[in-house]
Design a protein around this ligand. Structure first.
Ligand SMILES: [Zn+2]
Length: 291
């Protein structure tokens, strides 16, 4: 039996992070380079996020007095500085999420570094500071990514799926805090619906509520860090926002919940790491080990 992580602040039993990736239209240019220049419909569909969805999300968080975490590609941040400003004004956390939402697997180390530095510069110009937390577009990490992040001052990533609690990932440049996520807790897997994937059925909102709340009950029992990944252009729609609100109300029934941001969980994890109370992990070997 491995050592349990230390308890959450103030004796809380579970940490809950509601996070939004405010992708806007950025991803379309790299995902569909042939189609994007002339295909207006999907670009406009994605604009629903920064134009409409995000404002409903901010209202919801205000209603329940809950902090949120917002990972924003800097292409979207540049085009919608009002979104960045509103997120900051409400005291939520901002995170790095690429510039044009390139999935990292298509990039060389040099390209990846250039984009990371570019996105940090844009945030510095827009807000006067650089977010300390990162989530990879599409949750794709290259083998060198954790080291690259550490070298550029990033403190945590939230893109891997091997745990339900934060841990420290060893890199040649030092340790990176990893705050795990999962497909099940991502609105896109259930509800992202566009012309490109019209064969996929739209998931029943009630079924998604059952999945999310059942997962929460498990995280609560085991003392995990429950990270929900949402997108304003997807679950900003009323039928889906109703599920997010229902989930908030479900979680609020439990005592000992730490409603927090990935930024604050990063600080907590770094404190535990300093006290040698956080698990430290290595990535799997690049080639199979010989036994
Ligand atoms: Zn994204």
């Amino acid at each position: 039996m491995r050592k349990m992580s230390a308890p959450w602040p103030n004796g809380a039993r579970v940490a809950v992070c509601l996070s939004w990736d405010v992708d806007g239209e950025s991803a379309q240019y790299v995902r569909f380079p042939d189609r994007a220049p002339n295909q207006l419909s999907e670009l406009h569909q994605r604009l629903y996020g920064p134009q409409v969805g995000i404002w409903k999300v901010l209202d919801l968080l205000r209603k329940y007095d809950i902090p949120g975490t917002f990972y924003i590609p800097t292409y979207t941040a540049k085009l919608h500085p009002d979104v960045v400003e509103a997120v900051q004004k409400d005291g939520h956390a901002l995170g790095l999420h690429g510039h044009l939402h390139h999935s990292l697997e298509v990039l060389t180390l040099e390209q990846e570094e250039e984009i990371l530095v570019h996105s940090q510069q844009i945030f510095r110009e827009l807000t006067g500071s650089v977010p300390r937390i990162f989530r990879a577009p599409s949750w794709e990490l290259n083998r060198w990514t954790p080291e690259l992040l550490v070298r550029h001052g990033v403190l945590s990533d939230s893109s891997l799926m091997d745990d339900e609690k934060p841990y420290a990932l060893e890199t040649p440049a030092g340790q990176l805090i990893e705050i795990p996520i999962h497909w099940l807790l991502d609105d896109a897997e259930h509800w992202n619906h566009s012309r490109a994937n019209r064969d996929k059925a739209i998931a029943d909102p009630d079924a998604v509520f059952r999945l999310w709340s059942t997962e929460f009950d498990g995280y609560y029992a085991s003392g995990g860090c429950y990270v929900l990944t949402l997108h304003p252009f997807i679950s900003g729609r009323w039928a889906y926002m109703a599920v997010v609100e229902r989930l908030i109300r479900h979680i609020r029934q439990y005592p000992g919940v730490w409603w927090t941001t990935l930024d604050r969980v990063t600080d907590w994890a770094l404190e535990r790491l300093a006290q040698q109370e956080l698990p430290v992990r290595q990535s799997p070997a690049p080639e199979p080990l010989e036994f």
